[in-house]
Every structure is written in C-alpha cells, then in structure tokens.
Design a protein around this ligand. Sequence first.
Ligand code: FMN
Length: 372
Amino acid sequence: MDISQTISNTAIENQCESGVSAGGTSFSVAPMMEITDRYCRRFHRMLSSHGVLYSEMITAAAVVHGDRNYLLEFDTAELPVVLQLGGSDAGLMAESAAIGEQFGYSAVNINCGCPSDRVRNGRFGACLMAEPELVAECLIAMQASVSIPVTVKCRIGIDRDDSFEPFERFVRVVADAGCNKFIVHARKAWLDGLSPKENRTVPPLKYEYVDQIKSLYPDKQFILNGGLLSHEQAIANSRTIDGVMLGREVCSNPWMLNDVDHLYYGKAQNTRTRFEVVEACYPHIEKHLSQGTSLGKLMKPMLGLFHAQPGGRLWRRILSETMWLEGAGLHTVQRALDAVRQAAEDVQRATKPDIPGHGDAGNLPESRHSNG
Ligand SMILES: Cc1cc2nc3c(=O)[nH]c(=O)nc-3n(C[C@H](O)[C@H](O)[C@H](O)COP(=O)(O)O)c2cc1C
C-alpha cells in the first residue's frame, strides 16, 4: 500500500508551509532512558528534520547539582529538542528548567508518567498524577523562570481506578496553572505490582480518553502516545488531537522517521537511501570517536536501520559483535555496511536473474564498496 497516499487522503491535510505542523498532526520521538541520548537524537535528526526529539528523563537535582555539561550538552543540529525533567521540588524544577533553556533546549517537559520505584521514592514520575496541585506549583515556578514552553507527559491514571474523572481533574488543575501541552501515554500506571516494563504493556490502552480530554479542552494540545506501531495507525488514531509520539517502534525501526517530514509536515518525501544515511553519519561518528566516545554508543541507535531489509540481521549482528570492542572505528561500520550491500545485491540478483545489474532493490544504491 502507498502509505503516503493513504495518509494524505486522510488526516494530514492542514500542514502549513513553515514546517511547523499547524492544524495537522505533529510527530515526536518519545523520551527513553538509556536510549534517547544525544547520539541517538543526532541519528534520528538525520532521518527527520522536523519531528520533535526528547531527551531521556534527567532529574532536576542532577541538573542543578551534577555535571550539567555531561548531562545536557547536545548538538544544535538536533533541534527542536525537548529536555525532560523529573522532580517535584518547585525551586529545583524552576532552576533546572532555566539551565535547560540556557543550554538551548526548545522546551522543557515534566515527567508525570514514569512508574519506577526509584522515581516514586523521589516523589516524581507517575505518582504525581495523584498530586496535580504539586505539578501545578512546579509548572508555575518553571514558567516564571523560562520563556520556552513547559509541557507535561502523563498517563491516564494510576493504580486500579479506571475512571476518567481523576485524569480529567489532573489535566484541569495543571491546565489552569498554564500548561498548554500534554503528552498522554494512554494507559494507566500500576504503581504496585508491575515493573516499569510491564507498565508499558499490561494496563490496557485507552486512546478514547485522549479524544475525550481534547473535546473538553479544545484549546490545549494533546499528543497521543502508547502502543503506536506505524504511521497509518498513529494518524488514524489522532484525527481529533494534535500529534503523536512513538517510542519503542522507532527504536526497532528507525527508518520510519524517514517518512515523518513528508507525512506530518508536508515536506517533499526524502529520497535518500539507508546507505546514504549511514554514510552521511560518518563525519559525526568520526568526530565523536576522536573525542573518546565508544563506537557502541554511537551505533546502538542505528542497529535497527535495516529492519526487515536484506542484510538487516547481518548489519545488527556484525555491529553488535564488534562495535564495543577496543579498536572499533569507522572501518567497523564500513565493513557492516558492505555486508548489507552485498546481501542486498545477492537478493537483487536472485530476484532478477536474467537482467544482471538491473533494477533497484528498494534502498540499494549503486555499489560503492568502501576499501575500509
Ligand atoms: C526503555 C524505555 C525508557 C523510557 N524512559 C522514559 C523516560 O525517561 N521518560 C518518559 O517520560 N518515558 C519514558 N519511557 C516511556 C516512553 O516515553 C513511552 O511513553 C512509552 O514507551 C510508550 O510509547 P511506545 O508504546 O510508543 O513505546 C520509556 C520507555 C522505554 C521503552
């Protein structure tokens, strides 16, 4: 199916020319601890110029008292990028937001959705859904200390209460305090009895709660998150709201970001190949290798790039086995890329046996074997 046709016929009819999705649906990559670090975001930005990227959650206390350069530094090429903060001390949240603004982040986001014990003991994350007044207090302090937007990422509730009312009350109190944008992971978090991982799969998804809250607060922005596995599904489920956020699917299949600028922001379809994207990353890889970053850290976000493509498993295997080794470098990436290219050529040859060298196997560019 031609997904771009399907989608342009359905939801994405109102993009404005500026690249900001106005009246259409915005796309963001979810904040994910130990995943969406600066290297991951830099790679994601190679695939989409307009999707919104998020940092991993960083605690307000770490930003204020810790090694803030290490925690916050990023490449301006990643912009727009949102800093997600964890905390519930209004003073610390305000100070960390101001520091984030000084570093150049596009917005700051308050984490009210993480269910881990560590987070709960620190009185932040999903347990804050039970304390909307405290979130409002933080939000007001943060808004007073920055001029960038302050947004909230939350669940639809916590623990066993299945009703809409506590969610509506949370949004009402925080919206009254001035929050204009909510990212909603559309399932509850069970703070007792489920691990963080289970809390991302077991509680049922209720996208209808996000539609319902939007209908009550039409002037506020609501971004749907949770369990979205494709652009078609994301757009079909976001007709009445303002955007979608995807996490795990982007990790397993980052190439889906290649369609974001076209589908959500009305830009021309990107025509580069996966091979070209990897090669375009070489200067960034070389720069960070020379600064002492391990190849593993740089390449981990790229392991899924050839997902469901000829040679995709080979790419993942070669890199996984070699990228953390001492001495791993650009030549390691080139070797993996050559192996994928070879696998793609083999498939091409096998499917068109009578016409040597003919055809384009999806993303296969002319053969350009590196000598590395
Ligand atoms: C490994 C991992 C780490 C995560 N870390 C964060 C985090 O730091 N902050 C946050 O708000 N959500 C975090 N999440 C939740 C995601 O942002 C997202 O809400 C969730 O995965 C549901 O979206 P998805 O179904 O598209 O993955 C994390 C999820 C995963 C899988």
